[in-house]
Design a protein around this ligand. Structure first.
Ligand code: S3P
Length: 305
């Protein structure tokens, strides 16, 4: 219970693995360590917010002799839930280790700059965008650097910028790097040295939507829709595994709005793993005997928990 939300009364993992349901009668913060452990084991964990809300609603309706539709009640409940989640997140931001810089990598148009600005604003960090840094150093736009000095020269300056950041041991940063930065192995190593690297993964279909009219990026300049799509598809195919290799964490961004991506990253950064994650945990939860039951692939048996 608050403020001891990162403590559990019974620290025995066996108990949590065999539970059917966990109920923590709190609403602030939204999740506690007790609930996180249960969720990590694929077990449903509920907090006290619905109880608090529906109990208050019941009294309100009786007292004022009013009625509401189910939709109205649900809508108020979700507003309350979001407000509690938001305030929990704000409290959690304070726990973020300022030594741990956040580094965003990903394809052009994956949202590194926009999300970088958002994270920097929300966490009070300084945003560094390597493309902007290069433009400042040379007094030229990226397009001009590509056409006047060539791509190789651009890549060398990119590496120089990273070297500076890695040696300076800068803190409290959000670093957004160009889409081609992780291509060099030495850059990938430096990125991990600088901070916690997050790959903002997007599909070619999504990227073409975002980049269809872009003329600022030299690799896409003067290309019609078809050539552009082909280029994005091929480059993404070549680079996807490189981005994965560069990253500590991969987050899918198709159709996910920025505040949500921000929340996912933050939760991940704050997470203190307790019990090893298991890929089968949600699909095949443990039964009362503590064993997982895997239905045979050949039979049409369905699993009931
Ligand atoms: C590039 C991506 C660009 C920029 C340059 C090259 C790339 O950055 O560094 O045009 O090779 O993918 P953004 O990813 O910020 O657009």
């Amino acid at each position: 219970m608050f403020p001891n939300v990162d403590e559990v009364l019974i620290p025995h993992s066996k108990l949590y693995k065999n539970a059917a349901l966990g109920f923590d009668v709190i609403y602030n913060p939204y999740t506690t360590k007790f609930m996180r452990i249960l969720k990590d084991n694929g077990i449903r964990a509920v907090n006290g917010l619905p109880m608090l809300f529906y109990q208050a609603l019941f009294s309100y309706k009786n007292w004022f002799d009013v009625t509401f539709t189910q939709a109205q009640e649900k809508s108020v409940y979700f507003k309350l839930k979001n407000a509690v989640k938001k305030s929990t997140l704000e409290q959690e931001i304070k726990e973020l280790d300022t030594n741990k810089n956040i580094v965003l990598v990903g394809f052009m148009g994956s949202g590194k700059t926009t999300l970088g600005k958002w994270i920097a604003k929300k966490t009070g960090r300084t945003l560094i965008d390597t493309d902007k840094e290069i433009e400042k150093r040379l007094g030229k736009t990226i397009n001009e650097i590509f056409s006047e000095l060539g791509e190789e020269a651009f890549r060398n300056i990119e590496t120089e910028v990273l070297k500076d950041l890695a040696t300076k041991k800068s803190e409290n940063l959000v670093l957004s790097v160009g889409g081609g930065t992780p291509l060099r192995k030495e850059n990938r190593e430096m990125l991990k040295k600088i901070g916690y690297v997050v790959y903002l993964r997007a599909s070619a279909k999504e990227l073409i939507k975002r980049l269809k009219n872009d003329e600022k990026r030299p690799l896409l300049k003067n290309k019609d829709y078809v050539d552009r799509y082909e280029l994005i598809k091929n480059l993404l195919f070549e680079r996807d595994n490189i981005y994965i290799d560069a990253a500590n964490f991969v987050v899918r961004t198709d159709g996910v709005y920025f505040p949500r991506i921000y929340q996912i990253i933050l939760k991940r950064l704050l997470k203190k793993p307790y019990i090893r994650q298991n890929k089968y945990k949600n699909k095949y939860p443990r039964r009362n005997n503590g064993k997982r039951y895997f239905p045979s692939r050949r039979s049409n048996e369905s699993f009931d928990s």
